[in-house]
Design a protein around this ligand. Structure first.
Ligand SMILES: [Zn+2]
Length: 68
C-alpha cells in the first residue's frame, strides 16, 4: 500500500469540505481519530481502510484530494 507512511487520511465530501482521520501508532496498534466528529477507534490491521470506511460512512467523504 503506498500510504504506509501517512499519518493522516483526508477525503473531501460532495460539498468540498475536507475531513481528516489521523493515525497514531501505539505499539502494534494504530489509533484512528476523526477531526470532524471525534470518532476514535483502534485498528491493528488496515487502519487506512478503516479510516476510509469511516469517512465514507459518516461523512460521505470519498474524494481523495491527492488523486484529484
Ligand atoms: Zn468522523
Amino acid at each position: 500500500m503506498p500510504q504506509l507512511d501517512t499519518d493522516k487520511i483526508s477525503r473531501w465530501d460532495l460539498h468540498g469540505r475536507e475531513h481528516v482521520v489521523r493515525v497514531r501508532r501505539t505499539g502494534v496498534q494504530r489509533t484512528l481519530s476523526c477531526d470532524t466528529c471525534g470518532w476514535r477507534r483502534g485498528a491493528r490491521f488496515l487502519p487506512w481502510a478503516r479510516a476510509q470506511e469511516h469517512l465514507a460512512d459518516a461523512h460521505q467523504a470519498t474524494v481523495n484530494p491527492a488523486a484529484a
